[in-house]
Design a protein around this ligand. Structure first.
Ligand code: ZN
Length: 78
């Protein structure tokens, strides 16, 4: 499958799987003494975010690394 959205350019460097991964994200929440408002990130922020240094794991073979390790060069459309 050629991913065109969230997983565009992402594939496992160990097995080539490109459909499902576990990724460790950063999410900004509103915290009060009563607890966490986890809707805050989606109402007022960027939602879940990650970058090339975020930990990622392949759901197929459990190979893990950083997003940069799982990023494949984009093919040029012909
Ligand atoms: Zn894999």
């Amino acid at each position: 499958m050629d991913n065109v959205n969230c997983l565009a350019g992402i594939a496992c460097p160990n097995c080539g799987h490109d459909e499902e991964f576990l990724i460790t994200c950063t999410v900004q929440v509103r915290l009060t003494d009563y607890g966490v408002d986890d809707d805050y990130a989606f109402k007022h922020g960027d939602g879940f975010s990650w970058d090339d240094a975020s930990p990622i794991e392949c759901k197929e073979c459990e190979h893990s690394g950083q997003v940069a390790d799982f990023t494949v060069p984009q093919r040029v459309a012909s």
